[in-house]
Design a binder for this molecule. Structure first.
Ligand code: HEC
Length: 105
């Protein structure tokens, strides 16, 4: 019986692993390195002038970055940074900051 026990546990363990994966932010997008100095490594800015990105809604982050990129939202630093981002970067960055561990939805 003892030798069979791990087999009974397997589905539970696999289920747990996939649930954890669903909430994981995954690997940091390469371009997040450009954001760390101002917004913190995980988006938890410690600098009051710089907004916290961690756990913000993904759609909000994506639309803010698109607005900086198009110039409809003006901020000299963010306009020039957003100009270096492709739509796929905006998608990856906004998903990553929105899905940091411990976000409440
Ligand atoms: C030199 C500092 C600096 C860097 C680097 C920087 N940001 Fe920002 N970011 C800011 C500041 C300051 C603001 C607030 C601008 C404003 O008032 O609109 C901001 C605003 C934002 C916002 C809007 C947040 C909100 O609540 O409306 C997003 C999203 C954002 N940054 C994402 C990024 C990403 C992604 C990167 C890296 C690719 C990045 N930033 C790099 C300083 C920086």
């Amino acid at each position: 019986m003892n030798r069979l026990l791990p087999l009974f546990l397997l589905p539970a363990l696999l289920g747990f692993a996939s649930a954890a994966a669903a909430q994981s932010p995954g690997k940091a997008p390469a371009k997040s390195g450009q954001c760390t100095a101002c917004h913190g490594a995980d988006g938890q800015s410690r600098i009051p002038a710089n907004p916290i990105l961690r756990c913000q809604h993904q759609a909000y982050l994506a639309s803010a970055l698109q607005a900086y990129r198009s110039g409809s939202r003006k901020h000299p630093v963010m306009n020039s940074i957003a100009n270096t981002l492709q739509p796929k970067d905006i998608q990856a960055l906004s998903a990553w900051y929105a899905n940091q561990p411990g976000c409440r939805r």
